[in-house]
Design a protein around this ligand. Structure first.
Ligand SMILES: [Zn+2]
Length: 306
């Protein structure tokens, strides 16, 4: 098992850390905890994804908007900060996210060579070619698929699987792959919270909206049933493994314990192993102090399973 991490993933806003509930330094906590574990190696991308790559993925309007502070702050769901320069936002928030995108790309390359990979960042499933929103600026899965197809590592019609187990519906991924029927999406999420887009929910092949407050027993039952409907193998699988399903999370509205969350990830891992799918797990959302603990538990479980 390879874990993808670099110190540059961490988002530290200094005195402004209070402006968002996201614990931007959790990646370091997780990496420190799993370093040295058996069957686990930590590797990082060589650098952030370039803006040239981001631009080639984005539509013409988004290219412009991604350089506008007001637009970026709105996508990050923080109040407008007149005294904070765009260079601060770029260095402290956007650059770490571009490192995260590069981690997803590198992890996918490794996965295609046969190693199960987990990128601690990434899983920016609300971003698309047309917009940035919901604390997601760059759609790392879309950018990764574009690069791998261009390099000939994936065919144009490659069968890609996205299993989205973050508490929020992955509207960005659904929009990016709206016309690409070879991409299968399973999405299990709180149906009563953002994003409420009917259009993108309809794109999901195995669509599992849950009620607010859903606990671990029902969640795992519904997930198991959804996974049982995936019986074909695929060329590459991504898992958006957000930990905002935890009961302690302030945004997800679900009611899973840390053990439930670990069981969830193991269930997905076992399914992907049973269909021999090259797999990349991604960090996704997760805004509580338990988030790092749950990620560490899952990584231990996956490391021991190999
Ligand atoms: Zn989420």
């Amino acid at each position: 098992m390879k874990v993808f991490y670099d110190d540059a993933y961490n988002i530290d806003l200094g005195l402004l850390n209070f402006i968002h509930p996201f614990d931007g330094r959790k990646f370091r906590k997780v990496a420190n905890a799993v370093a040295g574990m058996e069957n686990m190696s930590i590797v990082g991308p060589d650098g952030p994804i370039s803006m040239r790559e981001v631009d080639s993925f984005s539509d013409a309007l988004l290219k412009l908007l991604l350089r506008k502070k007001r637009y970026i702050l709105r996508a990050l769901e923080v109040p407008y900060l007149p005294l904070v320069p765009m260079s601060f936002v770029d260095n402290r928030i956007l650059s770490p996210m571009r490192w995260g995108v590069a981690g997803t790309l590198k992890a996918a390359r490794e996965a295609l060579l046969g190693t199960c990979c987990w990128n601690l960042a990434g899983g920016y499933h609300h971003a698309s070619r047309a917009s940035a929103e919901g604390f997601c600026i760059y759609n790392d899965i879309g950018i990764t698929v574009d690069v791998l197809v261009r390099e000939g590592l994936l065919a144009d019609d490659a069968r890609i699987l996205i299993i989205d187990i973050d508490a929020h519906h992955g509207n960005g991924n659904a929009y990016v792959f709206m016309e690409r029927s070879q991409v299968t999406i399973l999405d299990i999420y709180n149906g009563a919270i953002y994003p409420m887009n009917g259009y993108t929910r309809e794109r999901v092949n195995i669509n599992i909206p849950l009620e607010s407050g859903t606990g671990g027993v029902l969640y795992l039952e519904r997930l198991k049933e959804g996974l049982s409907r995936l019986d074909e193998s695929c060329d590459l699988a991504f898992v958006v493994a957000g930990t905002d399903v935890l009961s302690s999370d302030p945004l997800g509205g679900l009611n899973l314990s840390i053990d439930d969350c670990v069981r969830r990830d193991m269930m997905v891992f076992e399914k992907l192993r049973s269909i021999s799918a090259p797999s990349v797990f991604l960090g996704g959302g997760g805004y509580s102090s338990d988030s790092a603990t749950a990620m560490i538990g899952s990584l231990k479980g996956l490391g021991n399973a190999r």
